[in-house]
Ligand binder design. Structure first.
Ligand code: SF4
Length: 334
């Protein structure tokens, strides 16, 4: 049985908005609204959805860059959702991040070697020579040259800066890396190189990734399982193959239909999403997706569907998708 690293249960993040003028009370933004999932050792969970669906906030909550409003975050069995920053210190070593814009997350006044060494020095009292050896090895491992150790971030290309960010995350030998849109700012050819690097590193170090992205092609390439978010909730979570060959939630179907087909002679019946994403300040009652769902029924406007296991390993929140008869549930957690 695989080792369970991360177990997220009913995670919520609600922001209070400023009170309006004439003393009108502020309202709440339901950025993340009861999200549950798990990640095993060596596994990549892709987290997808339109911008503003809460996927990046979910990543920040797990990293404890923001405090959750409610819910549990179990890291290797330990509840970390209420730990102080000091108590989080040993956990942070195992739980690292790579962000979308490497330039803004790298200090422009610090040389590349020191950027990579920074987290390492926080945890290990290494001599300068030992630190230099470790950093040189990391540079080599992520595809950078040792002579680039003395350069500043502006002297690197976008792809090289992302490699630098990956080396910095790797320096403390983490178990899980939250990758928040790590390749979306890069050219397509460079994207493929960085994704392949992440996959190689996963095999070598038995890493786990929470891979947050809006590009489904990238997510399909790297993920073992995929979770689809809409308005702060997970609406479907399943193994990659099931999501991409047999999506069961109407929103997942529409997202996949929106992916451009490279061959123009291939025509398929497209379900086009109409309407705007509703505001997370006032999500629609019942199923949040009912205002855009082509299959919506009366019940959908009244009752919120629960996320339930419909096929082995495939969890869906939709009234039209009920568990298959005689199915033996495979897993206790999505
Ligand atoms: Fe569409 Fe109803 Fe299913 Fe929601 S519950 S996705 S509105 S069919």
């Amino acid at each position: 049985m695989k080792e369970l690293l991360l177990d997220v249960q009913g995670l919520r993040k609600h922001y209070a908005t400023q009170p309006g003028w004439l003393g009108r009370s502020g309202s709440k933004v339901l950025a993340v609204d009861g999200v549950s999932f798990s990640i095993a050792a060596g596994e990549t969970l892709g987290l997808v959805g339109e911008s503003g669906c809460g996927k990046s906030t979910t990543g920040k909550l797990i990293l404890r860059l923001q405090d959750p409003t409610a819910g549990r975050i179990l890291w290797r069995g330990q509840a970390i959702e209420a730990l102080t920053q000091a108590q989080m210190r040993p956990v942070r070593r195992e739980l690292q991040a790579v962000f979308q814009d490497p330039y803004s997350s790298l200090n422009p006044r610090i040389r590349a070697a020191d950027i990579v060494a920074e987290p390492l020095r926080n945890y290990e009292p290494l001599s300068d020579a030992a630190a230099r050896d470790r950093i040189a090895h990391l540079f080599e491992r992520v595809g950078l040259r040792p002579d680039q150790m003395v350069k500043y971030p502006f002297e690197f290309s976008g792809g090289q800066r992302q490699r630098l960010g990956i080396a910095r995350a790797l320096s403390v030998q983490p178990r899980l890396i939250v990758c928040d849109e790590p390749v979306s700012a890069l050219d397509v050819s460079v994207q493929a190189q960085v994704i392949n690097l992440l996959m190689d590193l996963q095999r070598e170090f038995h890493l786990s990734y929470l891979f947050i992205a809006h590009d489904l092609a990238v997510v399909e390439h790297i993920s073992h399982r995929v979770a689809v978010m809409y308005l702060g909730k997970i609406v479907e979570i399943a193994p990659r193959k099931a999501i991409f060959s047999r999506p069961l939630h109407p929103y997942t179907e529409a997202l996949l239909d929106a992916v451009p087909v490279p061959d123009p002679t291939v025509r398929k019946q497209r379900r086009v999403l109409t309407g705007e994403v509703p505001s997370p300040m006032s999500p629609p009652p019942g199923c949040h997706f009912h205002t855009r769902c082509p299959s919506a029924e009366d019940r959908c406007r009244r009752e919120e569907p629960a996320l339930q296991q419909v096929l082995p390993g495939q969890w869906v929140a939709c009234h039209l998708r009920q568990p298959a008869a005689l199915m033996q549930p495979e897993e206790a957690l999505p």
